[in-house]
Design a protein around this ligand. Structure first.
Ligand code: GCB
Length: 594
C-alpha cells in the first residue's frame, strides 16, 4: 500500500490535531449511532495513545471501544479527483464512518488501512469523520489475549510484556490521486559488480490505454536510468549502494502517460540498492558479512504512549548513533512508517517484526509460568482464526514495508511456543506465505528459552536463528559465572545443529538507574554492565553469532506485575532517555571494537 504524497497530480492533508473523544464505558455507542454526535466528548490529540492523557483509571484501563470524531474541510478543487481516507494505524481494530456512511473496517493495530471516499465526501464542505477503536485482545487477535469478566468489571489479560496502549497512534490522511492512478509499486534491487539493478513492478488502476514510464534519479536529481512498461529492470552503472551506516538512496519515479505523452499520474519513492543473503552461518549485506549491533526497542514514551512523534524518533535515532548501534528490531509490532523511512535514509538496519507476540501460554506478562492447564494452540485458544489474522498481518506488513532497503529480515513472531507439533502446524504455512510474498528477504522468528536447540521444531524453517536469552537474569540471577557456562553451551549447540547465523535478539537485565553496588548485584547499574560484558565475551568466542541486540533500548511501560516496578527496567536508557552506565560500556564496544 503506497503512502500518500503530494505532487503535480496528487494532494494530501494530515488530519492530526485535537479530535473529539468519548470512552464507550457502557458499550452503547453503536446502537446509539454515535457517528452522528459523540456525547460528552473531550478533546484528545491524534496521534497518541489515549490511556495516559487523563488522570483517570477508567480511561487508562478501559477495555472495549472508544470513539474519535473530527470535521475536515474537503477543498472544492478536489472535485473530480479520487479521494482517499487513510489511517496509518488504529490499535487494535476500527470502524470508520464519513458522515452517516461506514467506509472502512480493519483488524490489527499496527498496519495502515484506507477507504476510497470519493463518492461519500462533499468537496467544498466540512465532512464529519468518526472512528470507533477497540483495544480488546481476544484469542483470535494479533497479538492475542482474553478478557475476564470479574465482579469489578472487564479485565484484559495478555501474554506479552508491554502495556496495551491503544488509540490512533499514527497520522491520519485525506489524500487525492487521479482516477487513473498508480496503485502499487514493488522494487527488488540487485548488485552485479559496480552495476546496480532495480526490478520494478507497477500496478495501476483505471489506466486502460495509458503506459508506464519509470525513471531513477540520483540525489542531485540527474536521471541515471529509465524504462517503459509496467515492469522492468533498470540498470545503474557505477552504482552507489545502500549500505549499513550509509543510507544512500535513489528516487524512483513512475508515471502513467497518455498517448500524447502527458503525465496522468506520478508516484515516487526512495530506493536503496542493496542485496541481502544468508550464506552458511553468515548474514550478508551486499555480499559482505554483517554483524548486527543495537536493540530491540518499543514505541513507548511518557504520556503519549505509542503515539508516533518525530521529536522522539529523531532523538532515539541520535542515541542509536551515539552508542554505535547499526540496527534495531521492531519488537514487538510494525513501527510507524516514518521510522523505516528514517532508517532508510540513515543506513540503520531493521529486523521487521509482526505483532505476533505472546503466542505462548508458558509465559505470563513476559515471564515464565503461564496457566498450566491450557494449551497454546487449540480451538479454544490460539486456533484457525488466529492463524488467519496472523497471515493477514504478515501480508499487510510485507505490503507496507517491502520497498524499504533498511528492512533485511522478517520476524514473523516473538517467542511463540515452538516445541510442539501444534506449533509446527500453525507456523509452517506462515513461513511459506512470507517467502511467497517476498522471496528477496530471509525469514525468521524469535525463539524463547523454553525451546532449546534439541526441542525447537521451528528453527529449521527459518533462515536465521534469533534467540532471546536471559542467563544471569531469569535463570542464575546474580551468578554470572554459571550464566556464562550455560549461555556458551547452548549457543554452541545451536551452532552445531543448525549452522545458521545466530542473532541474539534479546539479552538484558532490569536495572534501576541510580542504584549502585560495590559487588555487582541484580538491579544495579554495575550488574547490567557486567551482565552485558559477559554475553559479549561469549559472543566473541562463537563464530556463528552474527549479531547482538540488547533488550531494551529504553525502559518501557508494562501491565502490572510483582516483577515490574513502574514498567520494565531493562533499558540501557531510562524511559526519559538518560543513559545508564551500560550505555557507556556498549558505546565503547560498538564504536571501537565492533
Ligand atoms: C522477553 C520478551 C520481551 C520481554 C523480556 C523481559 O523474552 O520478548 O517482550 O520484555 O523478555 O524483559 O522479560
Amino acid at each position: 500500500m503506497l503512502r500518500p504524497i503530494a505532487n503535480a497530480q496528487r494532494d494530501r492533508y494530515r488530519l492530526d490535531g485535537l479530535w473529539d473523544f468519548t470512552v464507550d464505558v457502557e458499550g452503547v455507542g453503536r446502537s446509539q449511532r454515535w457517528w452522528r454526535t459523540l456525547p460528552d466528548a473531550v478533546e484528545v490529540p491524534v496521534p497518541a495513545s489515549y490511556n495516559d492523557l487523563f488522570a483517570d483509571p477508567e480511561i487508562r484501563d478501559h477495555v472495549g471501544e472508544v470513539w474519535y470524531q473530527t470535521s475536515v474541510h474537503v477543498p472544492a478543487r478536489w472535485s473530480g479527483e479520487r479521494i482517499v481516507l487513510r489511517f496509518d494505524a488504529a490499535t487494535h481494530r476500527a470502524v470508520v464512518w464519513v458522515g452517516e456512511q461506514q467506509v472502512a473496517e480493519h483488524e490489527g493495530g499496527y498496519t495502515p488501512f484506507e477507504a476510497d471516499v470519493t463518492d461519500v465526501v462533499t468537496p467544498g464542505a466540512d465532512n464529519r469523520v468518526t472512528v470507533v477503536v477497540d483495544n480488546t485482545l481476544n484469542w483470535a487477535s494479533i497479538p492475542p489475549g482474553h478478557v475476564e469478566d470479574t465482579p469489578d468489571g472487564k479485565r484484559q489479560r495478555y501474554h506479552h510484556d508491554f502495556f496495551n496502549y491503544a488509540g490512533l497512534h499514527r497520522p491520519v490522511w485525506l489524500y487525492t490521486t487521479p482516477k487513473a492512478h498508480v496503485d502499487d509499486v514493488t522494487v527488488v534491487t540487485g548488485l552485479n559488480g559496480t552495476t546496480g539493478t532495480v526490478n520494478y513492478e507497477v500496478e495501476a488502476r483505471g489506466a486502460e490505454g495509458l503506459t508506464v514510464h519509470a525513471a531513477l534519479r540520483d540525489s542531485s536529481g540527474a536521471e541515471v536510468a529509465a524504462g517503459d512498461g509496467a515492469s522492468g529492470t533498470l540498470e545503474i552503472v557505477d552504482v552507489h549502494p545502500w549500505r549499513p551506516g550509509e543510507g544512500h538512496l535513489y528516487e524512483l519515479g513512475v508515471e502513467l502517460r497518455d498517448a500524447s505523452g502527458t503525465s496522468v499520474d506520478a508516484y515516487s519513492l526512495n530506493v536503496g540498492v542493496r542485496t541481502v543473503a544468508v550464506d552458511g552461518n553468515r548474514f550478508l549485506i551486499n555480499g559482505e558479512p554483517f554483524y548486527f549491533t543495537g536493540f530491540g526497542m518499543h514505541e513507548d514514551h511518557a504520556v503519549r504512549g505509542k503515539g508516533h512523534d518525530d521529536v522522539s524518533m529523531v532523538h532515539d535515532f541520535a542515541l542509536l548513533d551515539w552508542i554505535g548501534a547499526n540496527s534495531l528490531r521492531t519488537s514487538h509490532y510494525p513501527y510507524a512508517e516514518e521510522v523505516l523511512d528514517y532508517a532508510d535514509r540513515h543506513g540503520i538496519v531493521v529486523i521487521d517484526e509482526t505483532a505476533a507476540v505472546g503466542l505462548n501460554l508458558g509465559v505470563a506478562g513476559g515471564i515464565l509460568g503461564g496457566p498450566p492447564d491450557q494449551r497454546t494452540f487449540s480451538e479454544d485458544t490460539i486456533g484457525n482464526q488466529t492463524q488467519r489474522n496472523h497471515r493477514q498481518a504478515i501480508r499487510e506488513l510485507v505490503a507496507r514495508d517491502k520497498n524499504h532497503p533498511s528492512v533485511v529480515l522478517w520476524s514473523i513472531a516473538n517467542e511463540p511456543e515452538s516445541h510442539t507439533e501444534e506449533s509446527r502446524k500453525y507456523f509452517q504455512p506462515l513461513f511459506e506465505e512470507t517467502r511467497r510474498l517476498d522471496p528477496s528477504r530471509p525469514v525468521g522468528f524469535v525463539n524463547i528459552m523454553l525451546a532449546p536447540p534439541d526441542k525447537c521444531v521451528l528453527t529449521e524453517l527459518a533462515d536465521v536463528v534469533m534467540l532471546n536469552r536471559y542467563y544471569g537474569w531469569y535463570t542464575h540471577p546474580g551468578d554470572l559465572a554459571a550464566a556464562e557456562r550455560g549461555l556458551e553451551a547452548e549457543l554452541l549447540e545451536w551452532e552445531r545443529r543448525y549452522g545458521k547465523p545466530i542473532v541474539m535478539t534479546e539479552y538484558g537485565a532490569d536495572t534501576v538507574a541510580g542504584l549502585h553496588s560495590v559487588t555487582p548485584q541484580p538491579w544495579s547499574e554495575e550488574y547490567q554492565v557486567e551482565f552485558l560484558e559477559m554475553y559479549h565475551r561469549v559472543f566473541d568466542r562463537i563464530e556463528s553469532v552474527a549479531g547482538e541486540q540488547v533488550w531494551n533500548f529504553a525502559d518501557f511501560a508494562t501491565g502490572s506485575g510483582f516483577a515490574r516496578v513502574d514498567g520494565n527496567k531493562k533499558g540501557v536508557f531510562t524511559r526519559e532517555r538518560r543513559p545508564k552506565a551500560a550505555a557507556f560500556s556498549l558505546r565503547r564496544r560498538w564504536r571501537s571494537e565492533k
